[in-house]
Design a protein around this ligand. Structure first.
Ligand code: R5P
Length: 316
């Protein structure tokens, strides 16, 4: 990267994932700018950001648990950068909380994804970078450009090493079919699809399976694992259809909330592969993590050089 670009790039780290922000900064030949987030006794946050005047500020903050705290902190950091004289302000949100609320599932619901992207733009973001958002509709909702980076090549590269060639890829719901096809192109493996219905935030129901899994190891690919309900339901359907009790799970995001591990520990999961879009939480011997740091650094470098993000982006 040329020194002109390095000099105008300012990485700002929120408190959600300082390790990832520092790694991205190092790959770009810089360090995060000084930033302090004070919390008042009543819970209010007051961030102070220094050194962004005249630069291109990239605020790195996944909005994972505690989602609302991290989102509000991000909004305040964006405002601090704008008021601090940054030439451009980009919100880098490796995990975008609220992306699953991309439409009204029933009358009376809010569309949380729309509210969140609008809030980022109003707070001062000129652009948004996300990794594997749950919905590509994010782009159409947002009043600013949204760069949606794909983690599929990173995870597929790991799966090529970690799983047998005979393994069949499994989309655990209809929403996961397109990414599963992306994995299939890279790994040259067949795809099976589970039909899932969500009963509540923690419970899902899955019965039907399209595709042949009998006697084969399976690799379930999804965008995220939250309560583990989707994975549990998919594994049970796979076993009922004769899949080998040798399951791998790959997901870009692993917030693994609530009793997710209690559920997953009961299943024949040999390998659970995620990325570091969120800080590491509880792990098991089966846990494997690949970093999205190089992907994010590559995207920022290309934007700074005025180059296309091309192959780094999610295929719609
Ligand atoms: C939903 O459509 C998503 O793609 C994931 O399958 C889902 O959010 C995973 O959540 P959980 O682990 O709670 O089932």
């Amino acid at each position: 990267m040329s020194s002109r670009i390095t000099m105008s790039t300012r990485i700002v780290s929120g408190t959600a994932h300082p390790g990832l922000a520092a790694a991205v900064a190092a790959m770009l030949g810089t360090r995060p700018v000084p930033c302090d987030v004070e919390r008042f006794p009543d819970g209010e946050l007051r961030p102070v950001v220094d050194g962004v005047q005249g630069g291109d500020a990239y605020v790195v903050q996944p909005t994972g648990p505690a989602v609302d705290d991290h989102l509000v902190e991000l909004l305040l950091l964006l405002d601090a950068c704008r008021r601090g004289g940054a030439k451009t302000v980009t919100a880098v949100v490796p995990y975008f909380g609220y992306a699953r609320q991309d439409r009204r599932g029933r009358a009376g619901q809010a569309v949380g994804a729309r509210v969140a992207v609008d809030a980022l733009a109003s707070a001062g973001a000129d652009r948004l970078i996300v990794v594997e958002p749950h919905t590509v509709a994010l782009e159409a909702m947002a009043p600013i450009p949204v760069e949606m980076l794909t983690a599929v090549p990173i995870l597929a590269g790991a799966l090529a090493e970690l799983t047998p060639e005979a393994a069949v890829l499994v989309a655990p719901d209809l929403g996961a079919v397109k990414p599963a096809e992306h994995y299939a192109r890279l790994l040259r493996r067949p795809v099976a699809v589970v039909r899932k219905t969500r009963v509540s935030g923690e419970r899902v129901h899955a019965e039907e399976l399209v595709g042949d899994v009998a006697g084969r190891p399976a690799v379930i690919v999804d965008d995220m694992i939250s309560t583990g309900g989707t994975i549990e339901a998919a594994v049970r359907v796979l076993l009922a259809h004769g899949a080998a009790p040798d399951i791998t799970v790959a997901a870009a995001h692993g917030p693994l909330v609530a009793a997710a591990w209690d559920r997953l520990d009961r299943l024949p999961i040999r390998c659970l592969l995620t990325t570091d879009t969120l800080p590491a939480g509880e792990t098991r011997a089966s846990s494997r993590v690949r970093s999205v740091g190089p992907l994010i650094a590559d995207a920022i470098g290309r934007l700074q050089r005025g180059q296309s993000l091309g192959s780094l982006m999610v295929r719609g």
